[in-house]
Ligand binder design. Structure first.
Ligand code: SAH
Length: 365
């Protein structure tokens, strides 16, 4: 982009494209986020007011505490096993896990039975998580991927994890579907279409020319693996993310820097590049693995049904007026329709023998 310094990753991608030709959107995302040296999550802590975006656990401790209450009930639901793996994918600063453990320890037997397993590829994030969870009183193990999580009953959590996994995009031309790729226009990165027809499995049947469709095989694969482990060893879990309940065509690729949207090709490695989660496809992945799913339901109603108001009032009892205002704005941020309450969705996963978990019976998708 003119006037902007070229990032080291941008230079590397340009050289690679000049030599080998355009790369898929999935390859671009994987490099932008996960390049071992220059990837976004490998080189910086993006969260909070001074960072690029803020996630629900960083907005308020209430979020993690309510998820902790859900986990405590989930522990009972799966039969209060003597040992279980409390798994989180993409734990960021470790805030959610820390709040979950504090809230869930009120459930007798929970802490004594829990082994924490964190799936995290970034050494920098692992370091943050280690510091945050150092005093939690439970063993913590890190994994490069979900595959190495031990064969135990599971409680699985993933907040804003699946949006960061690579997607491919295809676009309808007059005759067929072509893959969207990142190539070079002059000396700048630019999105174009590959000349060869995209695999038909990626394309919806009816579509106008120009329509863009997305698919994430890696997301669906991870969901299937988790679903398989829950089906064979027992367990449950929650996936929370922004996205749509039903599969639909559309371009949802986005990039963020300093709390604002930027072009997806802007300063690769310095911006967060994600896409909206297709919950229909994700749920199918968990179910193909053998688990059952409930929802997704919007985050606002989910948090209200879990006791958001009651918890906020409790915190406000001991708060000064400035803190009270902060709690009110956090509640609005987490659950307000215009904020995270509607776009963010919650999907529950359970072993097929489990009953419908609370609070899903009272909520509609
Ligand atoms: N759940 C946290 C952080 C969300 S950001 C929160 O809500 O605040 C995404 C997290 O996923 C980061 O910790 C990032 O390092 C991690 N991550 C991204 N891609 C990953 C992958 N392929 N495997 C494991 N972790 C990944």
């Amino acid at each position: 982009m003119s006037g902007q310094r070229e990032t080291p990753l941008e230079a590397e991608l340009k050289a690679q494209i000049a030599q080998d030709g355009p790369i898929t959107i999935a390859h671009y995302m994987a490099q932008a986020l996960g390049h071992p040296k220059h990837g976004y999550y490998m080189s910086r802590d993006p969260f909070g007011g001074r960072g690029d975006f803020i996630t629900a656990p960083e907005v308020s401790q209430i979020f993690g505490e309510l998820i902790g209450v859900w986990c405590a009930a989930g522990f009972q639901m799966i039969g209060a096993p003597e040992r279980f793996a409390l798994v989180e994918l993409g734990p960021g600063r470790g805030t959610l896990m820390s709040d979950v453990l504090r809230a869930a320890k009120v459930m007798p037997g929970f802490l004594a039975a829990a082994e924490v397993h964190l799936v995290e590829t970034s050494p920098l994030m692992r370091q943050n998580q280690k510091i945050k969870l150092g005093g939690a009183g439970v063993p913590v193990t890190w994994h490069e991927s979900f595959e190495s999580v031990p064969d135990l009953p599971l409680i699985v959590l993933a907040n804003e994890f699946f949006d960061a996994l690579p997607i491919r995009q295809v676009q309808k031309s007059e005759a067929n579907w072509l893959e969207r790729v990142v190539g070079l226009e002059g000396d700048q990165l630019s999105i174009g279409l590959a000349h060869k027809e995209a695999p038909p499995a990626f394309a919806p049947t009816e579509a106008q020319p120009g329509t863009i469709a997305e698919v994430s095989t890696i997301r669906d694969h991870i969901a299937q693996t988790i679903g398989g482990k829950i089906a064979s060893h027992g367990g449950c879990g929650l996936v929370i993310d922004y996205g749509h309940a039903q599969s639909a065509a559309g371009d949802t690729l986005q990039a963020m820097s300093k709390h604002g949207y930027v072009d997806v090709l802007h300063q690769p490695g310095h911006c967060d590049v994600t896409s909206h989660v297709d919950f229909e496809s994700l749920a199918r992945g968990f179910e193909t693995g053998g688990a059952k799913t409930y929802g997704p339901v919007p985050q606002g109603p989910f948090l209200h049904a879990m006791g958001l108001e009651v918890r906020a009032e409790k915190l406000k009892e001991k708060a000064m007026s400035r803190q009270k205002r902060l709690i009110n704005s956090a509640v609005e941020r987490l659950a307000g329709r215009e904020q995270m309450g509607e776009l963010f969705k919650v999907l529950a996963i359970t072993h097929p023998d489990c009953p419908m978990p609370a609070p899903f019976e009272g909520l509609s998708a």
